[in-house]
Design a protein around this ligand. Structure first.
Ligand code: GRF
Length: 202
């Protein structure tokens, strides 16, 4: 039985598209069971529909965090999702939700965590003056951009970089390592030691 992914997004959805491309090409042995957006206008939702995937909008505006998260959990369970992938999902998940799906939620963040958590990570990196930045795929815990790290990729920060050029360089790596991290997690070749995710040999 193929493992079933649930993708949560709020916007553009390029990470979702990269994952969907890899699934379609047989490079990732899984299926996308559902794509959920908390914003009706999310481009990613439209792309999911065009691809014939099960795409659902559950608007979050004005809802209490846990009330919303219970709706999310219900849809994910209905779709028998094995792994939840946050792909530009602009909402903090409640401790309740995280406990419901232990080590079953991944996130991607456009910095080398723990540097520059939160919004506008690429702008934060430029302002701070770092010479190397990158991206991180991690398990989600109840704190923002905080859980155990599965994979990271580094990119150089160039002298004439703008937020746009740096973001584009990081995004290419995001598209590569998110699928790789999903593959590792689904394979079960890992174990947790404190904050460390140990990746075991094949
Ligand atoms: C990415 O930079 C991701 O790291 C961050 O939000 C952005 C989403 O981009 N969490 P996209 O919607 O996947 O194109």
């Amino acid at each position: 039985m193929k493992k079933r992914l649930g993708i949560l997004l709020s916007g553009r959805g390029s990470n979702f598209e990269a994952i969907a491309d890899n699934v379609a090409a047989g490079r990732l042995d899984a299926e996308i069971a559902v794509v959920i957006s908390n914003r009706p206008e999310a481009r990613g939702l439209e792309v999911a529909r065009q691809r014939g995937l099960h795409a659902v909008c559950i608007p979050s505006k004005g809802l209490d965090r846990e009330v919303y998260d219970r709706m999310l959990a219900e849809e994910l369970r209905r779709c028998r999702v094995d792994l939840i992938c946050l792909a530009g999902f602009m909402r903090l998940l409640s401790a309740w939700f995280v406990r419901e799906f232990p080590f079953q939620i991944l996130n991607i963040h456009p910095s080398l965590l723990p540097a520059f958590p939160g919004l506008d990570a690429q702008a934060q990196a430029l302002e701070h003056g770092v010479k190397v930045s990158g991206c991180t795929v991690h398990f989600v815990d109840e704190y923002l951009d905080h859980g155990p790290i599965i994979l990271q990729a580094a990119v150089p920060v160039l002298e004439d970089d703008t937020v746009e050029t740096l973001s584009a360089r990081i995004l290419r790596e995001e598209h590569r390592i998110y699928t790789e991290a999903i593959r590792i997690v689904l394979s079960g070749r890992w174990r947790i030691e404190g904050r460390r995710v140990r990746i075991l040999p094949e």
